[in-house]
Ligand binder design. Sequence first.
Ligand code: ADP
Ligand code: MG
Length: 617
Amino acid sequence: MTDKPSKHEFQAETKQVLDIVVNSLYKDKEIFVRELISNASDALEKLRRLQITEKDIQDDNLEHEIKVSTDESGKTLTIQDFGLGMDKEELIENLGTIAHSGSKAFMEALKSDGENNDNLIGKFGVGFYSVFMVADKVHAFTRTWKKDGQGQCWESDGSGSYSIEEANDQQRGTKIVINLKEEFAEYAKEDRIKDIIKKYSAFVQFPVSVNGEKVNTVDAIWLRSKKDIKDEEYEEFYKFQSNDYEAPLMRMHFSADAPLEINSLLFVPKRNMEKMGMFRNENKVALHCRKVLIDPEPKSLFPEWLRFLKGVVDSSDLPLNVSREVMQDSELLRKLNQVLTKRFLRFLNEQSKKEADTYLEFWKEFGILLKEGAATDFTYKEDLAKLLRFESTALEPGKLTGLDDYIDRMAKDQKEILFLFGKSRESIEAGPYLEALKARSLEVLLLTEPVDEYVMQSVREYKEKKIISADSEELKLEKLDEAPKGKSMTKKDTKALCKWLKETLKDKVSDVETGERLIDSPVCIVGGDGMGGASARRVMKMMQGGDGMPSAPVKLQVNQRHPIIKGLSNLVQSDSNTAELIAYQLLDNALATANLLDDPREMIARSYQAIEKLANQ
Ligand code: ADP
Ligand code: MG
C-alpha cells in the first residue's frame, strides 16, 4: 500500500438505496450473485470492444472469463473478472453514486410508486448495492485497462461511507470480495453458488467457473435454430437481457441471408413503462457481430418510435474494427434499421391476425408509439397505418377495428374513409355530425385520443382512399332517397335566413348554408380540411395546449326542417333582438359540438339572457 486510504461519503440518493436494500425483507437475496456476475460480464464485454480499437491495454493476454471462489470457513465469496476495471475517479463515480441504469430506475420507481420496496428490488435489481443485503463488508479490488493506471481497493460496510486506497499487485479487472453476514453463510457454499449461477447466468457470454470448475455453457440463443428452443429458454433470455421480471408479450426470432446476413431475436415487453409515466423507454436491442457485442444500446438500429423493443441483433456483415461513433451513422446500420423495421411491422400485422387478443393487448400498451410513428415517419406510413386501431360506429363500444377491415366493409360507391374526433364515443354520438352518416349507412371511425386526429391528418390516405374528418367540406353527401321527417322551409325563406345569419354573425362566420348533413340537429359547423378547417384547428389547439389560434370564421350549416330554425326565421321579423341572441347561441352550440369552443364564458352569459327572457314571458 502506497497511499493513505481516503474516506468518502455515499451520495445522498445512494444512501437511500442502500438503506432500503440492507433493511429490506426481500426474500430472494441470492439475486446479488446475478447482479455481480452481470457487472463482471458487462466489464468483459466493454473490454472486448476496447481491444478492437485500442493498442495499449494492461495485461492484454488475460482470458475473458469470470472466476468465482468460495471459502466456507472464512465465510467469504469472491467474484473476479478480467474486464476493463476502474480507476479511482470511476470507482467514486460508479460505486459511490447512482448515475447508472439499474439503481437509477429503482430510485425513479421508488419516487413514482408507493409500492412496497421489496417488490421493487425484485423488479429492477439494484445492481451492485444488492450485495449489501448479505454482506458485512465488501472489498472491490480493481485495476483499469489503461496502462498507467494504479490498482485500487474500495471498501465499505454499506452504511454511510466507503474508503479507497491504492493497492499493488492487481491484475486488470475487478475482484469483489464479500464477507458474508453470519446468517448468510450459505452463499460461501460451493454447491449453493453453483446452483444460483446456473439459474441466473445461463446467458452470460463468458465462461464462469466456481473454484476452478466451469459452470456455464456459453451459448448465443439467437444463433440457434428456432425449433430447438423452448419457450422457457426464450423467456429466461429475455429476462436476463432486459432486466424485466415478467415474461415478454411477444417475440420475433428472425433470420435472413439477403440483403444482409441477420440473426435477430426481438421482444416486446408486457408493459409500456412510459405510459405509466415512469421514464422514457430505452431501446435495448444489443448489436452483435458473430456473438461479439458491438454496442449494447445502439442509437440508430431502430426508429425512435420502436424504443420499447428489447433483444439482440447479430449481423456478420458488421465490421468489428470501427468505433461505435462511426458505426452509429454508417450506411450499414441504416440498412439494418430498414430491414428490421419492415420485418417487425410485418410481424405485428401477422400477429394481429393470428393472435388477435395479444395484438390488442400490445395495442393498448404501445399503440401510442405506433401512432407517433404514423404521424412522424413517412417511410413506414402505409405499414403503420395498417396497424392502427380505432373504435367505430360499425362495432359495439370497446371493440376496435383497423383500416383494412373498414375498407372491407365499405360500400362500393363510398370513396373516403371517415372519422370523427371527440372527447368520448358518447360525445361524438351525441353530436350533430353522425346523424347524416348514419342515415346513409356510412361507417365512421371514432377517434377519442387527443393525438388521433393529428395522426389521421398525417396519414391522409390509405390504399388510395382518402381519410377525412366527417365534418369536412370535402365529404359530399348524396341526397337521401327518403326525405327526412319534417316540412322544409321554402327556398326563399331559407335563403333569406342564411343571409341574415351571415350579416348578424359577421366575422364569426365565413358562410351560412343549408345542406344534407343535418337530420335531428338545428345547426353544425362544416370545416374544410385545409388550414382553416375544423379538424386542422383542433389539431393546432392540441399541439399548442389550449387556445393557441384566434377563432377564425367558420362555415355554418342550418337545418331548414328544424323547428328552431323555422322559429328563428319568423323571429327575425317580429323580434330581432331575441333572434340575434338565438343566432349567437346556435353558433356557440355548433362550435361546442365540434370541440372548437375555447371559452364558454360568453356563451354562458348569453344563455342567462335567454333564460331571463323566458322566465319573464
Ligand atoms: P449497472 O450495472 O446497472 O450500471 P451497478 O450498480 O450494477 O449498475 O453497477 C454500477 C457501475 O459500477 C457499473 O455501471 C460499472 O460502471 C461499475 N462496475 C460495477 N461492477 C464492475 C466491474 N466488475 N467492473 C467494472 N466496472 C464495474
Ligand atoms: Mg449491474
